[in-house]
Every structure is written in C-alpha cells, then in structure tokens.
Design a protein around this ligand. Structure first.
Ligand code: PRP
Ligand code: URA
Length: 209
C-alpha cells in the first residue's frame, strides 16, 4: 500500500498559511507555491539512489557520493500543476517535464482529459505528478491512469493541500503510489472545494476570475 507523507516542516507550514490567505495576490501566490514546491522536492527526493565516486579535494583523494543518475520526470496536471514545476526543477534540473491536461467538469466533478505529452522514454523514468489540490481525487487518479497506460511504473503524487476523500481515491485506485502533502484538510464542500483549502488554485495562480 502506498504511503502518505504530510510535511510538517515549519517553513512549509508558514508559507502554506500565506498561500491560503485570500488577501494574497497572484504574484505572491505564485512565488509562494514555487517556494513550497522546492521545499517539498527536498523531502520527496530523500530516497534517490547514490553511488560512490572518488573526488580530489585540495587535500587528498576522497570517496564521496553523487546521485546515481536515475531518470526522473515531473508531470504537472494542467493548469494549476504548472505552478509547482519550476520549484521542483530547481533541485532536480535534469528532470524532464511531461504535461497532462485535465479539468474538472463543474457539474459532475469528473475529470476531462484534453492533453497528454510525456517524455518518449516513459518506461525508464520515475515520475512525480504535481498539482496543488487533491480534492475528490478524480483528476489525480486519471492523470496517474494516463501515465500508467503509457508505460510509467514508478509514480509519486505531490500536492499542497489534500482532502481525505482525495487521498482515499488515490489509495484505492493506485495503491502503489506514495502521496506527499503539505496539509491534509478537513473535508470537501458541496461544490467539491477543499475546506478550508485555498479556493480555486488555477484561478489564484493565473489571476483568472
Ligand atoms: C483543480 C486542481 C486539480 C483538481 C482537483 O483543477 O488543480 O487538478 O481541480 O480536483 P479533484 O481532485 O476533485 O479532481 P481544475 O479542474 O479546477 O482545472 P484548472 O487547473 O484548469 O483550473
Ligand atoms: N480544485 C481547486 O482548485 N480547489 C479546490 O478546493 C478543489 C479543487
């Protein structure tokens, strides 16, 4: 069964509070989302494999560790996931970026896929799917389906805020996927918004509405 990690790091929690604040404007929202994505990427990469090399320091030869060169892919769920990509790339700049375009039908809350473009070597890469919000879980489950259908085997899901319903939906549909969350909120409201949440992530990130 996939694990669920809720990051309680003080910097993540502080910045997330500012992101939630309805007085936080688009520019600041974007900057904070980027910063939290970097901090989360630091934690999410904790298990990356290392290999030993010899490095010459000014003093002598030393045995030291470098990343073993695992191929990684970051996949934002459009639109709002885009806001987390650069933050992750700051720490793993060699990662390739795929895109899955999904929107949630406002009536049915069902995800509608409109775009998929992934790196050609999907089977060889480990993927981190990013989206600020995990609400009903429909979008995340569908995005992960899309990756698996194209050959991805090792997938992590990372978001800022999750509702319990969304976590359960991923666990049920994709028990192999670990979930990384900055905050686990209380519930969904009747419109499928996370409570207390942060509102509509795409609109706040891009200044629409
Ligand atoms: C938001 C969010 C997630 C989805 C979460 O996107 O960025 O992708 O809702 O909801 P779910 O867990 O119930 O599927 P939205 O559908 O609003 O599309 P947008 O990013 O294009 O605004
Ligand atoms: N999508 C959002 O952007 N916000 C929510 O609270 C739920 C889904």
């Amino acid at each position: 069964m996939g694990k669920v990690y809720v990051f309680d790091h003080p910097l993540i929690q502080h910045k997330l509070t500012m992101i939630r604040d309805k007085e936080t404007g688009t520019k600041e929202f974007r900057e904070l989302t980027d910063e939290v994505a970097t901090l989360m990427a630091f934690e999410i990469t904790r298990d990356l494999p290392l290999e030993e090399v010899t490095v010459q320091t000014p003093v002598c030869d030393a045995k030291a560790k470098v990343l073993a060169g695992k191929k990684l892919g970051i996949v934002p769920i459009l639109r709002a996931g885009i806001g987390m990509v650069d933050g992750v790339l700051k720490l793993i700049p060699a990662a390739k970026v795929g895109h899955v375009g999904l929107y949630r039908d406002p009536e049915t809350l069902q995800p509608v896929e409109y775009y998929v473009k992934l790196p050609t070597d999907v089977e060889e890469r480990d993927f981190i799917v990013v989206d600020p919000m995990l609400a009903t879980g429909g979008s995340a489950v569908e995005a992960i389906n899309s990756l698996k259908k194209r050959g991805a085997k090792n997938i992590k899901f990372m978001c800022l805020i999750a509702a319990p319903e969304g976590v359960e939906a991923i666990k049920e549909a994709h028990p192999d996927v670990d979930i990384y969350i900055a905050a686990l909120d209380e519930k969904l409201n009747e419109k499928g918004y996370i409570v207390p949440g942060l509102g509509d992530a795409g609109d706040r990130l891009f200044g629409t509405k």
